[in-house]
Design a protein around this ligand. Structure first.
Ligand code: DGT
Ligand code: CA
Ligand code: CA
Ligand code: ZN
Length: 574
């Protein structure tokens, strides 16, 4: 079982307990477990296999009860408690609740009045205008349900990059055990680092394709096989995602890697260039008439049309080919360029680990610095700290720093931007911090002008260094708040504020497109994880992929700087 499957069940348990007005601490425990599992870089099932229940309990957010559930699920394929919970609610209830804009009351009402127990039925009812006239269904509410349904339709059959990554990594790991396999490459949107992935496209070279087909269709990640041929197969994975595999001769590998990495628009443009040169490029190679010119490596494909190698993340079919022709491709940032993380939470607010544990994990990643940015007082649900508690944390950081050798903890806070644009802590507090990251955590539904002014006002504060998750979107769960991001980017430049690329898998905020806009305006970025547990510091790679898709280079990012230079950048605004 993959981590996402465990997480989904715990999210559901939390939701159902909430509906039953269950114990809020229990509910929070399930949510925390789900969140931590979802963002764990190691396989939960693997950890259990190696170290049993004890290994599970060492993970943040996982206590005795959750560890028991995980064990039960692994051993029996189900959790009795969950099944009995599900039975207490009408059919289709959980499905309905996953539509943004539909809460439990609404779900019950829809069931009672219109007998709606599935998304399909809800969609039909909404299209037919049947929601009108239901008690409590004013125009705005109907509009929200429609928007929620549209969001669901858009993300249907797509998976977060991190989820695709968990599966792709596990599959590559398993297949690499096969001595019959030489090269292996997961291509498609996954390789391009797109924020959501439809299916995984795996390419393999091997002299024994049948052995590869057998091994692939028997992988533990596979739920069922939908097609099995001598050199190609398709399966549905346990999370419902499709994965395709193709076995190729080595001389075609480069051409296939290029073709199946896409994007489609990029491929079309490359083929047009080839045609102009009297060439034909296909997934099998580069041909002039009947003569085969190339195909073994991807670089050969680009060479054939007179281009330098274009990194997968840039192959979006926008203007990467034009700029490649002019020799203007960026030298994209890499994970290894990152020297520290400027957004992380400890158990002083809603994180799962102590400051010391976070620091040790950051040091293990080879970081020079880590900013602890626990929540400010207004974010009560996330354990927001009072001024007094924050001051205590700062004093503790001093004493922890005096003991640490390899890494420096920076004093920070994630400070709420209140509805009027003021900040949750006064300047006398903020000025004692090295890093102030400001963010919106409330009143998401403000009109555009008001929201834009609210955020810009916060950027004008001389102590605010970074604007965190600038648009507030949650991929496939929540639309961004209505904000004029162009004006925010310009305000960031004018005030000397940095914009965050939040690496949390369902945020990736700024998005790739916004990264590119920020770069064009000369705004520096800070790529952070927003880790709520030590293991989540490893989520950095998703922020990096997003930034790479946004043409971002090492120098565009403040946390690639050594500590002294970083501090200069952080204090420049004061
Ligand atoms: P996804 O799976 O929806 O997230 O997106 P991709 O980009 O992985 O698309 P997919 O899996 O349908 O196909 C993989 C790659 O194969 C795609 O990026 C480009 C190439 N490809 C697929 N269909 C076509 C096509 O009709 N024309 C061209 N030129 N390339 C194609
Ligand atoms: Ca794909
Ligand atoms: Ca595909
Ligand atoms: Zn945060």
């Amino acid at each position: 079982m993959e981590n996402s499957e465990f997480a989904k069940i715990f999210w559901n348990i939390a939701e159902l307990l909430e509906l039953k007005s269950g114990n809020p601490f229990k509910i929070r425990a399930y949510q925390k477990a789900a969140q931590n599992i979802e963002n764990l870089s190691d396989s939960l099932a693997g950890l259990y296999k190696k170290g049993g229940r004890k290994a599970l309990k060492e993970l943040p957010g996982i206590g005795q009860a959750i560890a028991d559930h995980i064990e039960e699920l692994i051993k029996t394929g189900k959790i009795k408690k969950y099944e009995s919970l599900v039975r207490q609610f009408p059919k289709g209830f959980i499905e309905m609740m996953q539509v943004p804009g539909i809460g439990p009351k609404t779900a019950f009402l829809l069931k009672k009045k219109l007998k709606i127990d599935s998304l399909a039925k809800l969609r039909r009812a909404s299209a037919k205008g049947l929601l009108k006239g239901l008690p409590g269904f004013k125009e705005k509410k109907i509009e929200n349900v429609k928007k929620g349904l549209a969001l669901k339709a858009r993300v249907k059959g797509r998976f977060l990059l991190s989820e695709a990554d968990q599966y792709a990594t596990a599959i590559v790991f398993e297949l690499n055990k096969l001595k019959e396999i030489d090269q292996i490459l997961p291509a498609g949107s996954y390789r391009r680092g797109q924020e959501t992935v439809g299916d995984i496209d795996i390419l393999v070279t091997s002299k024994k394709p049948e052995a590869v087909m057998d091994a692939f269709t028997k992988l533990p990640q596979v739920e069922r096989t939908t097609a099995k041929g001598p050199t190609r197969s398709s399966v549905i994975l346990r999370n419902g995602m499709q994965a395709d595999i193709r076995v190729l001769p080595p001389e075609n590998f480069g051409a296939a890697a290029h073709y199946f990495t896409g994007s489609k628009q990029h491929n079309i443009l490359i083929r047009e260039m080839a045609v102009k040169r009297g060439l034909k490029i296909s997934e099998y190679g580069v041909m002039r008439g009947n003569k085969r010119l190339a195909g073994k490596t991807e670089a050969e494909i680009f060479q054939a049309v007179g281009l330098p190698f274009i990194p997968p993340e840039l192959r979006q079919g926008t203007n990467e080919i034009e700029l490649a022709k002019e020799g203007k491709l960026p030298r994209l940032i890499e994970l290894a360029d990152i020297r520290g993380d400027l957004h992380a939470h400890s158990n002083r607010s809603d994180g799962g680990n102590s400051i010391e544990e976070m620091a040790a994990a950051a040091e293990e990643l080879g970081y020079e610095y880590l900013a602890m940015t626990d929540h400010s007082v207004s974010t009560r649900v996330a354990g927001g700290q009072t001024e007094k508690k924050l001051l205590k944390e700062l004093a503790d950081i001093d004493s922890i720093n005096s003991r640490l050798k390899g890494i420096r903890i920076l004093k920070g806070a994630e400070v709420d931007i209140l509805p009027d644009g003021s900040l949750d802590f006064p300047d006398e507090i903020l000025k004692q911090l090295d890093v102030v990251t400001a963010s919106v955590h409330s009143n998401f539904k403000m009109p555009r002008e008001k929201m834009t002014r609210r955020i810009i006002k916060a950027l004008q504060n001389r102590y605010v260094n970074v604007l965190s998750h600038p648009t507030g979107r949650l991929i496939s769960k929540r639309e961004p708040y209505d904000v004029d991001i162009e004006r925010v980017i310009k305000a960031a430049r004018e005030t000397g504020t940095y914009l965050e690329v939040n690496s949390y898998p369902d945020r990736l905020d700024l998005s790739d497109i916004h990264c590119r806009r920020a770069k064009a305006e000369g705004v520096l970025l800070s790529i952070n994880t927003d880790a709520h547990a030590a293991l989540q510091l490893r989520l950095m790679k998703y922020g990096i992929m997003t930034a790479r898709r946004g043409w971002v280079e090492k120098n565009d990012v403040i946390n690639t700087r050594p500590l002294a230079k970083l501090l200069k950048l952080l204090y420049a605004k004061r």
